[in-house]
Design a binder for this molecule. Structure first.
Ligand SMILES: [Mn+2]
Length: 304
């Protein structure tokens, strides 16, 4: 039998935040991060398949403590699941695979965050959450509307994620700044709450109030990193100028966490080879904040 590595040597654990076993074992962890290295339907710049591992690697450089939120996230317990193998034959099979994987962790009572991958991973991930939270709505943060009925021959592409979600539950779009005419017509015909960026009159407080008011008490959060400005988040498949700053997205997400219950999330479209290494670090820090918003920030806001 092989000997286990000596505990006296300084091993760096390969998981989110490089947490020791006590803070990253499945049994004792409140949160599961599920990496999905999938980008088979990506059209413009591929490479989101490398996103999850880049986020996990960069996260080892983050502090466990967050001075802004005044908390230490390591106490939550975060289990980093193995990579979910992509199915490249038919995108619908991948949707079902992600739904099953996420559902299996939800059945164990875990809070699940999915690390994409292209944005279509939100379809299966949101469906798994909807099965447990039938009244939830989805807050979809993206520069794009992703409301095409089909794209490049499949209904399960990265360009159709929001459309597939809207067929199952209430959808709120925020950070929008690019769409095709079909998508604009679909938003109008279905009266989908859609909040463009920059906010009307530059009024961020009104933007936050309106987004929060459009959400149900339970919220699933789906983030395409291209909602952020490409001046600091250029490593995305489809960069779109004029996006949110770091403070702006955090102000919005913190308000949602305090006034609603974020039941789970996905973060997508980091394509590390398309930008500086800082992008992976920033994406990792956003994942850190999201885990905090789903757990300790919520606990504090609701007095538990
Ligand atoms: Mn997008």
């Amino acid at each position: 039998m092989a000997e286990s590595p000596s505990r006296d040597l300084p091993w760096v654990p390969r998981n989110f935040l490089a947490l020791p076993e006590e803070q990253s074992a499945l049994e004792s962890s409140r949160v599961v991060l599920l990496p999905v290295p999938y980008d088979s339907t990506t059209s413009f710049r591929t490479g989101a398949r490398y996103g999850p591992e880049a986020i996990i690697e960069a996260s080892s450089a983050l502090e466990d403590f967050d001075w802004e939120l005044d908390l230490d996230l390591s106490e939550v317990g975060i289990y980093t699941a193995p990579l979910l193998e992509p199915h490249v034959g038919y995108p619908g099979v991948m949707v079902a695979r992600i739904r099953e994987a996420v559902g299996s962790f939800l059945a164990q009572g875990k809070v699940v965050g999915v690390l994409g991958g292209e944005h279509s991973v939100c379809i299966g991930a949101s469906q798994a959450h909807l099965a447990r939270h039938p009244e939830m709505s989805v807050l979809y943060l993206d520069a794009h509307a992703d409301l095409r009925d089909q794209y490049l021959g499949t209904p399960y592409s990265h360009a159709s994620g929001a459309r597939r979600i809207h067929e199952k539950c209430p959808l709120v779009l925020a950070g929008l700044r690019s769409m095709c005419q079909e998508e604009r017509d679909y938003i109008r015909a279905n009266a989908i709450p859609a909040f463009f960026w920059p906010p009307v009159g530059g009024d961020e407080q009104a933007f936050i109030r309106q987004v929060v008011a459009a959400l149900s008490p339970e919220v699933y959060l789906s983030v395409d990193l291209d909602v952020l400005d490409p001046s600091f988040m250029s490593a995305v498949g489809t960069p779109e100028p004029g996006g949110m700053s770091w403070q702006q997205i955090n102000n919005l997400l913190r308000a949602v966490a305090q006034e609603r219950h974020i039941v789970g999330f996905d973060v997508n479209e980091l394509s590390p080879k398309e930008g500086p290494a800082a992008c992976s670090y920033i994406a990792a820090k956003l994942v850190y904040k999201l885990v905090a918003y789903c757990t300790l920030v919520r606990d504090r806001a609701h007095g538990s």
